[in-house]
Design a protein around this ligand. Structure first.
Ligand code: HEM
Length: 493
């Protein structure tokens, strides 16, 4: 009876029994929505095919319905699919799911501090302050629109220096976009050839890529193992800390020349607030939140917009007829005498529809940032316990067939009425929705319009490569949908 073969068989049977009841124990005990049966410790890790977490979660939605449970390792995460479920979760149950979920790739750096990772009163204080500062004059005399327009002019000038040579525009786009957030946060733009600036952008790009890589995705699933084994994912912490040092240095520079009566940028406003609140024991305006919030603004405000523009250029090269219609509208409404203004947008329904469609189709943050339940919550007959992770699957909203006729095709008609006017679509949620909606939505939309129209006013976008539909489709892997690298030419118009 006790031969090694028998023992092995007994262990195998025990494992099989454990496996078969594991999921049921979880679900019965917590009355969570049903989902694929998890393995002990690994959860549903093995269900993720080809390193495509976002795509797998979409497909599981078709099988299990709009609300199901997926185990990231041993931790259950409730996934909401499609516009209706996501709206019900983030808007109707807004306060219940306002918590920030775990994000193992970056949690070791943020530890619950800074705007993006925080919750409760810390989040409220940082959010209110940041919104007000980004919205109003807090930033000094120059409006955000002027800062973007200046940068768009610099980008166009830089593009001319390429004299219609073919090149990969990714780095230059990242530089232009990051300069906008630099101008808002640091009160300064960087020269495109500045070495430190270049290093900072390398950090953004590499971190974005690593978070979305297979290594990053596995780390999100089983951090208790991956945090302790070597691999490229370990670099994320070092990269973000290098960025924090760069930011802290800029804070010191501002501190030396601060005039509290005339704040020049976000940093000056935060320094002023820190001073005002220095005797308040409940104040969240201290150095740790300061540096980590700046890190959030840079990271969230840089690569997201840059990645959208990179997708946008690629799509416009792939669909030259759509590009031609944008030229037509630019020539009619803006002409050649002035650079684009934000007020031109309302007179340019076709261009506006194309920009919306670029954002919808490329769905840059497909799984949203993670949320969590702040209390035990009843949802469609299930009970989601306090602290459970929540994933409002934005790619399933942007591709919801009830709201978009041809969800898998790049089709600006999704945002155009029969008479050619712009048509809103409530399922257009690339910035998420509810109280934690992207803080930079207004800034991002302004940047997308002004950068895109400024470039297309001056150049036609072409490439020697003939891109296929697969080349331009989002990759649907991890945290971010980064487009393929590509070479292109900006031909003077
Ligand atoms: C196309 C560009 C952008 C996209 C697609 C995007 C998307 C998102 C998404 C999906 C979230 C998570 C919302 C949630 O938790 O429900 C988010 C949060 C955030 N975004 Fe953006 N974003 C973009 C641009 C920007 C810009 C330009 C800024 C700069 C100010 C910014 C700052 C933030 C911040 C600070 C948060 C955290 C908000 C919080 O936790 O309360 N984003 N963004």
């Amino acid at each position: 009876m006790d031969s090694p073969g028998t023992l092995l068989l007994a262990a195998l049977i025990a494992l099989l029994i454990l496996y078969s009841v594991w999921g049921k124990i979880f679900e019965a005990g917590r009355r969570l929505p049903p989902g694929p049966t998890p393995l002990p410790l690994l959860g549903n890790l093995l269900q993720i095919r080809n390193g495509e977490t976002a795509k797998t979660l979409m497909e599981l939605g078709e099988r299990y319905g709009a609300v199901y449970t997926f185990h990231f390792g041993p931790s259950p995460v409730v996934v909401f699919c499609g516009y209706e479920a996501v709206k019900e979760a983030l808007v109707d149950h807004g306060d219940d799911f306002i918590g920030r979920g775990k994000q193992a790739t970056v949690d070791r750096v943020f530890q619950g501090y800074g705007l993006m990772a925080s919750e409760g009163d810390r989040w409220r204080q940082l959010r209110r302050f940041s919104l007000a500062t980004l919205r109003n004059f807090g930033l000094g005399k120059r409006s955000i629109e002027e800062r973007i327009k200046d940068e768009a002019r610099s980008l166009v000038e830089e593009l001319r220096t390429y004299e219609e040579r073919s090149f990969d525009p990714a780095i230059l786009i990242s530089k232009a976009v990051s300069n906008v957030i630099s101008s808002v946060v640091f009160g300064k733009r960087f020269d495109y050839h500045d070495k430190k600036f270049q290093r900072m952008l390398d950090i953004f790009y590499e971190t974005f890529e690593l978070m979305s890589s297979t290594w990053g995705q596995v780390q999100e699933m089983i951090p208790f193992i991956m945090n302790h084994i070597p691999g490229p994912h370990q670099k994320i912490t070092a990269l973000l800390e290098e960025l924090n040092e760069f930011i802290a240095e800029r804070v010191r520079i501002n501190q030396e020349s601060l005039d509290p009566n005339s704040p020049r940028d976000y940093i000056d406003c935060f320094l002023k607030k820190m001073e005002e609140e220095k005797n308040n024991p409940d104040s969240e305006f201290h150095m740790k939140n300061f540096v980590l919030t700046l890190n959030n603004l840079f990271f969230a405000g840089g690569e997201t917009v840059a990645t959208t523009l990179k997708h946008g250029f690629l799509l416009l090269i792939k669909y030259p007829d759509i590009q031609a219609k944008v030229f037509e509208e630019i020539d009619k409404v803006i002409g050649r005498d002035h650079s684009p203004n934000i007020e031109d947008r309302s007179k340019m329904p076709y261009t506006d529809a194309v920009i919306h469609e670029i954002q919808r189709f490329s769905n840059v943050i497909p799984m949203n940032a993670p949320h969590s339940a702040t209390k035990d919550t009843e949802f469609r007959g299930f009970t989601i316990p306090k602290g459970t992770g929540v994933c409002a699957l934005l790619c399933s909203v942007l591709g919801d067939p009830k709201y978009f006729d041809t969800p898998n095709k790049f089709n600006p008609n999704h945002f155009l009425a029969a008479d050619g006017s712009f048509k809103r679509n409530e399922a257009f949620l690339p910035f998420s929705t509810g109280k934690r909606i992207c803080l930079g939505e207004g800034l991002a939309r302004m940047e997308l319009f002004l950068f895109l129209t400024s470039v297309l006013q001056n150049f036609a976008l072409t490439s020697q490569t003939r891109f296929t539909e697969a080349d331009v489709a989002p990759r649907m892997t991890g945290f971010a949908n980064v487009p393929i690298p590509y070479q292109m030419t900006f031909v003077a118009r």
